[in-house]
Design a protein around this ligand. Structure first.
Ligand SMILES: Nc1ncnc2c1ncn2[C@@H]1O[C@H](COP(=O)(O)OS(=O)(=O)O)[C@@H](OP(=O)(O)O)[C@H]1O
Length: 389
């Protein structure tokens, strides 16, 4: 017989966790009922898929029609029947994101999102929606349909790293945030190390923007390593009518990075993306700095729990994700995620942490000299020195 005792009342500090537990239980009950009526596409934990952008995606929740709400850590130990009797039944619904990881490409955006997904109050689209750059004309309902169902109080997130360098993205996201400021009522008390609310704009509603930044020189090399790897993959495919005769070699890194006169070419996207101060200036026309958090891509690898603590604070989340969720994997050379109940840590796929091609030290030095003033300007704007110079 089910245990029908009332769950013990929590102390005042635990009340938020208790409320979440109650909501999780109620939603799980509702979702289970819905799932028996509808065909449910269940996607196995850790199964991999290709997203809108062709990026390797971990656990593509966005495509599942009837989704079960993940059982949060806080929800253990309460009898489901009891909870449903006591609380209004709340059905999970798809909401537009209240926080977005907007960049930067090759910064560590997938690692950050996957770590955040361990949090019971965070649910995220698995694939990159590319809504505010490539798919804007598809409309908000298309965008919403990519999001996983959430309960009130849960945070909906997505990541699309190209937003940070997309000219139209700040105005578009700001407009969305103004329309959707009702959804997430978190404990928004963190300034997130972004330097306070003193930015040039007062817009953007409650939207929180997270940018993972990485040394622009290593970032550019990582970007180039991806281009090389994609080209190698293409060469391994049998030629089709469309690709036959198109086999072009990727030029060397140096050939792409420098113009004929020897100056650095900011027209090459791998160089341009690293001009963080210039991109940020556009965002600050639409969002105050306090709505943006800059995560160190380097520290995400060397001290992931510390960066996750900052991110959770900034997003108004309980500090659930900590040291115990990260285990360094010597073979992968990166921290991997330790999920509760999971036996082995889960590492990101082989497109994350690729070997980089060797670039001449002199080439690297010229790029460092090029980026130095831009980096200094970026540090000044955000009030933090990332130590790349
Ligand atoms: N835990 C963990 N595991 C694997 N990789 C990690 C991790 N943390 C950060 N990184 C770094 O993430 C880099 C890829 O960044 P993104 O996920 O932003 O790339 S992408 O723009 O979505 O393609 C990737 O860049 P490369 O090493 O150059 O491949 C990694 O250095």
């Amino acid at each position: 017989a089910p245990d029908r005792r009332t769950p013990p009342l929590p102390g005042p500090r635990d009340f938020r966790g208790y409320a979440n537990a109650v909501r999780s239980q109620a939603a799980e009950f509702a979702a289970a009922a819905a799932a028996s009526a509808e065909a449910t596409l269940r996607i196995r934990h850790g199964e991999s898929n290709r997203g809108v952008a062709g990026e390797e995606v971990e656990r593509p929740e966005a495509s599942a029609e009837a989704l079960r709400i993940r059982h949060g850590e806080s929800s253990r130990g309460f009898a489901r029947e009891e909870v449903v009797e006591e609380e209004e039944e709340e059905v999970a619904r798809r909401r537009l994101p209240q926080a977005i990881i907007i960049g930067v490409k090759k910064g560590g955006t997938r690692a950050l999102l996957e770590a955040l997904r361990l949090h019971p109050d965070v649910r995220a689209a698995g694939a990159e929606p590319h809504f505010f750059d490539r798919n804007y004309q598809r409309g908000l309902e298309w965008y919403r349909s990519l999001m996983p169902p959430t309960l009130e109080g849960q945070l909906t997130m997505e990541k699309t790293p190209s937003y940070f360098v997309t000219e139209a993205a700040p105005a578009r996201i700001s407009a969305l945030a103004r329309d959707e400021r009702d959804s997430f009522r978190g404990d928004h008390n963190g300034s997130g190390g972004g330097g306070g609310d003193g930015g040039g704009a007062g817009g953007g509603g409650d939207m929180r923007l997270v940018v993972v930044v990485r040394d622009p020189v290593t970032r550019a090399i990582s970007d180039y390593a991806q281009t090389l790897s994609k080209q190698q993959q293409q060469q391994q495919q049998p030629p089709t009518a469309a690709t036959a005769g198109n086999a072009t070699r990727v030029p060397s890194f140096e050939a792409l990075a420098f113009r004929a006169n020897g100056s650095v070419d900011p027209g090459w996207s791998a160089v341009r993306i690293g001009l963080y101060a210039q991109h940020l200036a556009r965002w600050l026309l639409h969002f105050p700095l306090g709505r943006m958090l800059f995560v160190s891509g380097e520290r995400l690898v060397t001290a992931p729990a510390g960066e996750l603590a900052r991110v959770q604070r900034f997003l108004g989340l309980r500090p659930v994700i900590g040291e115990r969720h990260f285990a360094f994997d010597a073979t992968k050379g990166f921290p991997c995620l330790q999920r509760s109940g999971g036996k082995r840590p889960h590492c990101l796929g082989k497109t994350k942490g690729r070997p980089h091609p060797r670039i001449e030290p002199e080439v690297i030095q010229r790029l460092r000299d090029f980026y130095r003033p831009h980096n200094q300007e970026f540090y000044r704007m955000v009030g933090h020195d990332f130590g790349w110079d």
